[in-house]
Design a protein around this ligand. Structure first.
Ligand code: SAH
Ligand code: SF4
Ligand code: F3S
Length: 464
């Protein structure tokens, strides 16, 4: 098991001092706006960023135009994510023309890419602060330096991050919370940039995780999502993650979910947990990526199609109602039509509740980016469309099979389409919309499912 140093308390104390120093500066940003891109890890980081900025005396602005500090928490998992981040940053240049005191900060996965910070510094000199993924906790110090030195600060560390405890936070929701259990990734799937920008795998201690869960529970949190790029290798793998789940389950928080699980490390104990734990929801995101053994091998996924299907079978034996979801890449370098058909047949066999599908995007520095790829983009587009059509049909059938059931739903928000409706998830993770008002948000209700749409269910409340 890899032990990683925890950032010493004295360092966090130092950062707390910088927060106070920034707060005491008279002419400093008063309102901040964070744009969070990418995955849940970034969303969780953005809550820490908000915590630090508020400790520096700033308040949140809902729109960018009202802010005098704008921070982009970027993603680079695929090229379009990166283009979106860069496009946004260029737009800020215009905003800064009208508002010269605007402080622009860019951090997250994209700035951690090799050569990116140097490129940005040169091409976008209007950015005030560029930092990476490993030094997020030093944001207060960097903001202080920007304000006192009156010149851009660019700091991206090459070393792996440590585990940082005790950062301030402003949580997005009062009743649902993300809890990191580990950071980084050691898997080096050949297409993936995450291990390059998030560093080596390092886990929080069970005590730190439990302490955070208890704190959230005391504040009224009803659902927690444990986060890691591969939770199955928590503290080196084996049964460690399942053991953590048993301990979290005992706290009595009504709903527990987690993501992401790598199929190669899914333990027997975790499968059992789905049959035993009262609060663990019957939902599992188990990305398969491809259905062909040859492609899986070249992706360095280290499991076979057969092994994956066996896992699915055992999960369903243990927990018949489990909802499975997946990530799938289409058009990996050299993918033949036959190999793509193997992905299609796997999807038909597993019948996911939902699948997130992506066309392969070459990322600089990854092994797959160097692999010969002679499939035209137009062919890749046709393939992904076929896959999307197939999955949509399966999703619809799955949702239709829920009609007539009564489900316990945690109400999350007003519906975006109709303010007289609210929406929330069933234990299995299906989104249901039904008539209701804002007073229900954060509460559990029993909902009878009355019909199915393309991606969501509709229903009516039959009990509180
Ligand atoms: N740790 C998670 C996933 C992180 S990235 C896991 O292992 O499942 C989320 C998803 O983005 C991946 O599952 C993969 O399907 C997709 N992805 C990652 N790199 C990609 C690339 N270069 N091109 C296309 N899709 C990619
Ligand atoms: Fe990327 Fe693979 Fe790690 Fe997931 S497990 S973050 S896909 S390298
Ligand atoms: Fe997440 Fe994107 Fe980084 S998917 S880990 S924010 S590259």
């Amino acid at each position: 098991m890899r032990e990683r140093p925890i950032v010493p308390e004295s360092e966090m104390l130092r950062q707390r001092e910088f927060m106070k120093l920034v707060k005491a500066i008279e002419v400093r940003p008063q309102r901040y706006h964070i744009v969070s891109m990418g995955c849940q890890m970034n969303e969780r980081d953005s809550e820490s960023i908000a915590g630090m900025l508020e400790a520096m005396g700033m308040t949140r602005a809902d729109v960018r135009e009202e802010a005098d500090l704008i921070l982009y928490n970027t993603c680079c998992v695929r090229e379009n994510a990166e283009n979106k981040a860069l496009g946004n940053v260029i737009w800020l240049k215009e905003l800064k023309k009208d508002k010269p005191d605007l402080m622009i900060c860019v951090g997250g996965c994209m700035t951690q890419e090799k050569g990116m910070a140097a490129m940005m510094k040169k091409r976008y000199p209007f950015i005030d602060l560029i930092y990476g993924t490993h030094n997020l906790y030093r944001l207060p110090e960097y903001v202080w330096r920007v304000l006192t030195e009156q010149r851009p600060v660019v700091e991206v560390l090459d070393i792996d991050g440590e585990v940082v405890e005790g950062m301030p936070e402003v949580r997005k929701s009062d009743f649902m919370a993300f809890v990191n259990i580990m950071y980084g990734c050691d898997n080096f799937c050949t297409y993936c940039i995450v291990p390059h920008v998030r560093g080596r795998e390092r886990s929080r201690t069970p005590e730190a995780v439990l302490e955070e869960c208890v704190r959230l529970q005391d504040r009224g949190v009803q659902e927690i999502m444990l986060l890691g790029q591969n939770v199955n290798s928590y503290r080196g793998g084996g049964a460690e993650f399942a053991e953590l789940l048993y301990r979290v389950d005992r706290l009595g928080i009504p709903r527990i979910r987690f993501m992401t699980s790598h199929p190669k490390d899914l333990s027997d104990e975790l499968i059992h947990a789905f049959g035993e734990l009262e609060h663990l929801m019957p939902q599992l995101h188990l990305p398969v990526q491809a259905g062909s053994n040859e492609i899986l091998k070249r992706m360095n996924r280290r499991y076979t199609r057969e092994h994956y299907l066996e896992l699915v079978k055992r999960l369903r034996e243990t927990c018949p109602d489990i909802g499975l979801t997946s990530d799938i890449i289409v058009g990996f370098p050299g993918e033949t039509l036959e190999q793509f058909e193997e992905t299609m047949s796997l999807v038909r066999e597993v019948r996911y509740d939902a699948a997130y599908t992506f066309i392969f995007s070459p990322r600089q520095g990854t092994r797959a980016a160097e692999m010969p790829d002679d499939t035209p983009e137009s062919v890749k587009s046709e393939r992904i469309q076929r896959l999307i059509d197939l999955q949509q049909a399966i999703t619809l059938e799955t949702l239709e099979a829920q009609v007539g059931k009564t489900e316990r739903v945690l109400v999350e928000a007003l519906s975006t389409r109709d303010a007289r409706q609210v929406g929330g998830k069933t234990p299995r993770g299906h989104m249901v919309n039904f008539p209701g008002d804002a007073s229900l948000i954060g509460r559990f209700v029993d909902v009878e499912i009355t019909s199915a749409g393309r991606n969501t269910l509709r229903g009516k409340i039959i009990g509180g």
